[in-house]
Design a protein around this ligand. Sequence first.
Ligand code: PGA
Length: 257
Amino acid sequence: MKKNSPKLIVANWKSNPATLAEAVLLAKKVEQGLSKLKKSEVVIAPPYSFLASLAEVLSKVKLGAQNAFWQDVGPYTGEISWHQLKNLGVKYVIIGHSERKIYLAETDEMINKKLKAVLKAGFESILCVGERARSTDNQIPVVVEEQLKKALAGVRKNLVQKLSVAYEPIWAISTMPGSRPDTPDNAFRASVFIRKVLAGLYGRKAAEEIKVIYGGSVNSKNIFAFLQEGKMEGALVGGASLDPEEFITIVKIASRC
Ligand code: PGA
């Protein structure tokens, strides 16, 4: 981890809220609530349709996208390209979220193309990895290693400076049936495991510079433990990021860690 660098807190709004007016109001509340905060790296990743309006509302909070297509322009119906996102002022892009794999059949190959494109384009890029079922033996499943290696295939070392990895065990995501948050202890083990894989690919020094953050039912009650005991370098927050008070509290706690 970079010494003294602030924790990265990313709000993943998914397909919420329903209207632009609600989105702008929510963004304004978060921006105002965090205006006095000195040490923070906060991102809101709203649905695409709200990006342009949120770009006008946000300044301290950075704009993120939940996905990006790998081509710049062209005949790709329904896709939003990294180039268009860049022109909208997007700074962070989430790649490989499990919901895209589950509901949209996003493959490792697609994730690899997207990750390469956004890293080359200079975005802060957040790669999501995580297993489907909770393991019973305290081991981080080998699928996490496979996801990392496939996503990063052909990605050169000079590009990973802007990479962060979000460990998001799918079973811990709040909308999954029977979900519950991971333990800080297991998240820590996952971060050690992820960094070992990254060190194998890019060397120890480069791997240490890559932020490993946690996602899955993060809220204001558990964020401190994930950052402090779990030594995570930030969080990807879904459901709790839609409640401005809750999200502001999460960021404030993180800013003290
Ligand atoms: P959650 O979502 O915080 O609602 O569990 C996290 C995510 O899916 O990114």
